[in-house]
Design a protein around this ligand. Sequence first.
Ligand SMILES: O=C(O)[C@H]1CC[C@H](C(=O)N2CC[C@@]3(S(=O)(=O)c4ccc(F)cc4)c4ccc(OCc5c(F)cccc5Cl)cc4CC[C@@H]23)CC1
Length: 268
Amino acid sequence: AMEPYCNLSFSSCLLPESVISATELELLTQNVVLAHQETCQFRQENLHVLRWETFSTPEMQSFHHKPMDQMWERCVCHVTDAIQYIVEFAKRLSGFMDLNPNDQIVLLKAGAMELLLLRMSRAFNCYNSTVYFEGKYAQLELFHSLGCIDLISAMFDFCHILGVLNLSEHEIAFYSAMTLLDPCRPWLQDKQKVETLHRKLQVAFRHLLRRTHREGIISKLPHKERLSAICQLHLEKLNVFQQMYPGIAWERFPPLYKELFISEPDNS
Ligand SMILES: O=C(O)[C@H]1CC[C@H](C(=O)N2CC[C@@]3(S(=O)(=O)c4ccc(F)cc4)c4ccc(OCc5c(F)cccc5Cl)cc4CC[C@@H]23)CC1
């Protein structure tokens, strides 16, 4: 392939689209799709079969009567379990393991919850606005006892937008990979390397969309600001929860959740 064009300042190397060979494009597409397929907790068809199995009213009531801290602990455990799969997805993405360890952590810290929201849309039935939760599909109401219904409804709205687009597994795979390998994340040390990976994903994704006549979805995908706003709201709610139940987070939340979402107490 041609030498990638580097401007004289060598500060940024522009990667003209032609630089990626057709075979590299094909290999990258296979890598992204397989990494996604192999690291989802549930298969699309299994989620699909269950999508009209909703919780009965008595079952809803039982969730309603759960104390806030108990409901939080359950969700925190589910999100921590789900994030292990996201970490596995990242590790299988070509190029991710070649990044320096600091940047791997920076990308996962910033992107884990965002990728979870993308994956949550696979478990969302946008016809009755229910989401798969602990075995059946749940309405928004079920999460009332969490005390953060604005956060949950923001998550539901986000999943609705994606649901309406009826994204394929391939499209979700690329959307996830590009969300994770975002060169604009703060504190990246080797931004250049992430930028090159991101551009290759962009070319491969556009190629897939052209082949499947789905270019139209590009302008309809929610902007990344929307994803980060939901994640910001989660951190705010976590803060409120910690004020209400001091100690519970430290004693009962899994280390990975704390590592990702609870910043060390500022002991400066
Ligand atoms: O097949 C797969 O891979 C997918 C299957 C489906 C999986 C999935 O959707 N999920 C796995 C975990 C789960 S959930 O199923 O527990 C869930 C929780 C609330 C909902 F409204 C809907 C689902 C979850 C849990 C906590 C959370 O934010 C943090 C948080 C807390 F920590 C504590 C309180 C409140 C909040 Cl909001 C966000 C999400 C989003 C992803 C959800 C994702 C993987």
